[in-house]
Ligand binder design. Structure first.
Ligand code: HEM
Length: 140
């Protein structure tokens, strides 16, 4: 029960942070961007696509931890898993493009490392699932 409560807190906090950050990009107007956009480049469309796929990845990712789905709807768990892997991959590739537009070298490297780490953990989750190594898949 305690663990369930902390999951809900984690989900609420992450969506509570994410939604206000995403809102300006729902207008699809570069003028509303919170970061500076180099006009005449792919930066803005790539940024919007990055945000959309990152959001799908987060939603699909959280669904993977719901016992009700994992234990009683295994097909849905597998489907959401594929959506998660696909959206992480696309969002990460787009983030790699965005890194080139980050002005500060240290911040750019941090984004790069973060992107690689998320891809690696996602790949490991996928591999252990298709290899039926469910202990490793669930507990790392
Ligand atoms: C490994 C994870 C992630 C990496 C490497 C990454 C990478 C980036 C990069 C490089 C930028 C451009 C920043 C700049 O030019 O200053 C950016 C912006 C942004 N990303 Fe991500 N991102 C990640 C995860 C996410 C997630 C999970 C979300 C939420 C859905 C998200 C939403 C955003 C938003 C809203 C912006 C615009 C920043 C702002 O308005 O301040 N990102 N991201």
């Amino acid at each position: 029960m305690k663990q369930k409560k902390s999951w809900w807190i984690l989900i609420l906090v992450s969506f509570g942070i994410m939604i206000p950050f995403m809102t300006p990009y729902l207008t699809l107007n570069p003028a509303n961007s919170r970061i500076s956009i180099t006009s005449g480049t792919v930066q803005y469309p790539v940024l919007v696509a990055h945000i959309a796929f990152a959001c799908i990845a987060l939603i699909a990712g959280y669904l993977q931890f719901a016992d009700r789905i994992r234990l009683h709807r295994p097909k849905l768990h597998r489907y959401a898993g594929r959506v998660y892997v696909g959206s992480v991959l696309i969002s990460r590739l787009l983030a790699l493009v965005l890194v080139f537009y980050v002005g500060d070298f240290t911040i750019a490297v941090s984004f790069l490392v973060l992107s690689i780490l998320w891809m690696l953990t996602c790949w490991r989750g996928y591999r252990t699932a298709v290899q039926h190594k469910f202990d490793e898949h669930a507990y790392g």
